[in-house]
Design a protein. Structure first.
Length: 393
């Protein structure tokens, strides 16, 4: 068999396999120390090593722990490639749910069983949230699934960096969870909501909520709007940034979620009528405060001109629903309402996808499959009524 096997005693063997020559003409080796019950068992492990090497699946064994690797992964992979809020979320979940249990283990020694045991333990871990009976609730299946995504991403990166021989998450039982069912208003409730908004809501919040229900925008995208993003002449709005709140770093702007989130869309005239009124009112506030106005160009600001916290509008919306007897939905559900109503009126998926800023129509179809199925059925019945209604069988 190619390669060298050196017996070291106590069932320990040193495996050494040549990878050819380096640029300076010196032979390159891959070495690995393993435990084997016999010489034949060591030969099997040598065969496995050769298979990995020839398949480009080599790694440099080290004493790096998951604690140490997680810091490098966050700074080298997560921070440059993902959003600041995702970075913070990953960091928090690592500190709370992953590193206390696996952090001290060597990266290349973490096995599928270790990860399965972690998921089982997390399923019984109590949070500070209480159920209707006042008992503390365990960590939700969605949170455990998110932990799985983080660990899997870490090991996928470690594998690409040749730090582990494989990703152990590919061999674990993936935590099951049910995606939260989307809630939205039907047409009649949406009409009542808009009427009540126009009758009673402060002008700023009229604009904020109407942009969500008639434009399908995310809350961060609405707060990220500047006045020069509004084309009053052609009734178009350009979305190219979003606002987020990040703990001690406060409120910041960032580029939108994906390239497809950068979009220019046509929206209804009432949005522009309200925005014109709000621009006049905001200008009066600006003039009244003079030098005390903070000077940002955002449409949605605090009373002294600072960027509004993206959670302010949704909090106001929740209180508005409660005060006026509307069924509770999240502010983000207005986006689902927007999409569902368009689909129910047979607007094509590609158009809906563009307005939502989805990466592709497939994403839209995955989110709104049930609405599409009902529309598909209605369209089939429509064609039957047109072509076959008066034909007897």
């Amino acid at each position: 068999m190619a390669g060298n096997i050196i017996e070291m005693g106590n069932n320990k063997y040193r495996l050494r396999y040549s990878q050819g020559f380096s640029n300076n003409g010196k032979r390159k080796y891959v070495s690995e120390t393993v435990y084997a019950t016999s010489r034949r068992d060591a030969e099997k492990k040598m065969a496995e090593l050769i298979s990995r090497v020839e398949g480009g699946c080599t790694y440099s064994a080290s004493k790096t722990t998951l604690n140490e690797f997680s810091k490098k992964w966050l700074e080298t992979y997560v921070k440059p490639n993902l959003s600041p809020t995702t970075y913070q979320s990953y960091n928090e979940k690592l500190d709370k749910h992953i590193l206390p249990y696996l952090g001290s283990k060597r990266l290349d020694k973490i096995k599928p069983l270790d990860i399965d045991n972690l998921y089982n333990m997390l399923s019984t871990k109590l949070t500070n949230r209480k159920d209707v009976n006042g008992n503390f609730k365990p960590l939700s299946p969605a949170s455990i699934h998110r932990v799985h995504e983080i660990i899997s991403s870490m090991f996928s990166t470690a594998y690409r960096w040749n730090l582990v021989p494989y990703n152990p998450c590919t061999k674990v039982t993936k935590p099951k969870y049910k995606r939260t069912k989307m809630t939205c208003y039907d047409e009649e409730t949406s009409k009542r909501l808009i009427n009540k908004l126009l009758e009673t809501a402060p002008l700023k919040y009229k604009c904020f909520v109407i942009l969500a229900i008639l434009g399908g925008f995310r809350r961060g995208e609405i707060v990220g709007l500047h006045w020069d993003d509004i084309d009053f002449k052609n009734k178009k709005i350009t979305i190219n940034r979003s606002v987020y709140y990040l703990g001690h770093k406060g409120i910041n702007e960032k580029a939108t979620k994906t390239d497809s989130s950068n979009r220019t869309v046509v929206i209804s005239g009432i949005c522009f009528d309200l925005l014109k009124q709000w621009r006049v009112e905001q200008s009066k506030m600006r003039l009244a405060l003079g030098d005390k106005w903070h000077g940002v160009e955002n449409i949605f600001t605090t009373d002294n001109g600072k960027i509004m916290n993206p959670s302010t509008g949704p909090k106001w919306f929740s209180e508005f629903l409660k005060k006026n007897g509307f069924p509770h939905i999240r502010f983000h559900d207005l986006r689902h309402t927007f999409a569902t109503l368009l689909i129910s009126y047979n607007v094509d998926v590609k158009t809906v996808s563009h307005k939502l800023g989805h990466a592709s129509p497939t994403t839209t179809m995955n989110f709104y499959v049930h609405d599409l199925e009902s529309t598909d059925k209605a369209s089939a019945e429509l064609l039957e009524n047109i072509l076959i209604k008066n034909i007897g069988f």
